[in-house]
Design a protein around this ligand. Structure first.
Ligand SMILES: *Cc1c(COP(=O)(O)O)cnc(C)c1O
Length: 407
């Protein structure tokens, strides 16, 4: 929680990233001046109490930010949670989870009960949909999928049972930008809670709570960690919702290891410079791709040709390194010819690390509220921190392979 920082609003995001979560009691030794820069790894299961009275009083108090038992965290995780909270003006606190999917699942379980209805963006990450279908539906919680481009038109889908609206903007596979402020304002007026998967932009480019959302979820696995070596999720919420989020996380026994929290906190310090570079390189490559004859469309919200561009410009302060492009014609085989021969792009799930990745994506397979129509197969790129000239040359050769295979 950020209440101990000096007026966090006075600091710009790059300054916050450098300073947030570094409390003197976590970086110094009692009674000694000075201290270290980064809170260390505090590993713990058992916490030792001074006496029985101390043990009893600890049990009766809120454990967040007080040593109680290892499952409730230690200063390593609290420091990271504090820093993430500070990045989201309007937030009360942040809970950490062993993956992004765990964060999404726990947030949904915290706000929904049997009989409720959930509105879910049709563009959402497919494991999010799987949780709704395979866990929520058997519990009597219905999910209705909506066109992510609806904006305030989502009002037509709201019923007396609608309890929550889940957004993902832009969609991490097809990059539709949602009118987040319009949906959040409408939901708040009707007493419906809004949750957003904010993994693409992170609060660095889009502080979601400041745009009216109640609960902001990150797959920290991606840009927060930034080095493709830790799984983690986070949920940051307003004062009205944070107690429920914290309670559900505790009831489900959700936590992250101090070693992983330490790595994620280390990644967070460079989030700004990394994202600025991901943004510049990805924009250059997206622009180059949009000029290639074999590319039908580039799905990148910062390109004026992208349908969500106006909303992106209004609401976001930047764009990250993940975008897609639709090939002109071709099929599974010619798309594979492009991807398989790439020298500088790994083939793999996840994204947000320092290294570039290419992935075949088939949105038509899981959409239900909208039909995915495209001129050819879709490729998603994560643009890493390599030299963009090398990446462009690699993609150029890939498009030649695609042409040859397509015929
Ligand atoms: C990867 C991802 C997640 C899930 O994160 P994990 O840490 O892999 O569980 C959630 N949402 C989006 C948009 C993602 O890309």
């Amino acid at each position: 929680m950020s209440q101990d920082s000096d007026k966090p609003g006075d600091r710009k995001p790059l300054t916050q990233l450098a300073q947030a979560g570094r409390k003197p009691e976590w970086t110094g030794m009692p009674g000694q001046p000075g201290g270290i820069v980064n809170p260390p790894v505090w590993r713990a299961s058992t916490i030792l109490y001074d006496d029985v009275a101390h043990l009893r009083s600890a049990a009766g108090r809120s454990t967040h930010e007080r040593l109680f038992y290892g499952r409730k965290g230690t200063p390593t995780a609290w420091s990271l949670a504090d820093a993430l909270t500070e990045m989201e003006p309007g937030a009360e606190g942040t809970m950490l989870y062993p993956s992004g999917v765990a964060a999404i699942a726990c947030a949904l379980m915290a706000v929904l009960k049997p009989g409720d209805q959930l509105l879910m963006a049709d563009s959402a990450y497919d494991p999010t949909r799987n949780f709704c279908e395979q866990m929520l539906r058997p519990l009597g919680i219905e999910t209705v999928y909506y066109d992510p481009t609806l904006g305030a038109g989502i009002a037509d889908l709201i019923t007396d049972a609608t309890r929550a609206i889940f957004l993902e903007s832009p969609g991490s596979l097809t990059f539709e930008v949602q009118d987040v402020p319009a949906i959040a304002a409408l939901a708040r007026e009707k007493g419906i809670v809004t949750l957003i998967d904010n993994t693409w932009a992170t609060p660095y480019f889009f502080p979601a709570l400041a745009h009216g959302v109640d609960i902001s979820i990150l797959a920290c696995t991606k840009y927060i960690v930034g080095h493709s070596d830790v799984m983690m999720g986070s949920v940051t919420a307003t004062p009205a919702w944070f107690p429920k989020i914290r309670q559900a996380a505790h009831l489900f026994g959700q936590m992250t290891s101090p070693d992983d929290a330490w790595l994620a906190a280390r990644g967070l310090r460079t989030l700004g410079v990394r994202l600025n570079q991901h943004q510049a390189s990805a924009l250059r490559i997206a622009t180059w791709l949009s000029e290639q004859a074999d590319v039908a469309r580039v799905l990148h919200p910062a390109l004026p040709s992208c349908p969500g561009h106006a909303l992106w410009r209004r609401d976001f302060s930047g764009s990250s390194g993940l975008f897609g492009f639709v090939l002109k014609g071709g099929d599974e085989k010619s798309r594979a010819a492009l991807i398989d021969g790439l020298a500088h792009f790994g083939i793999g799930y996840s994204w947000g690390g320092f290294e570039s990745l290419a992935l075949p994506v088939d949105p038509a397979r899981y959409r239900t509220a909208t039909a995915w129509q495209a001129e050819g197969p879709l490729v998603r790129l994560q643009i890493g921190l390599e030299d963009p000239d090398d990446l462009i040359a690699d993609l150029d050769a890939g498009l030649a392979r695609f042409r040859a295979a397509r015929g």
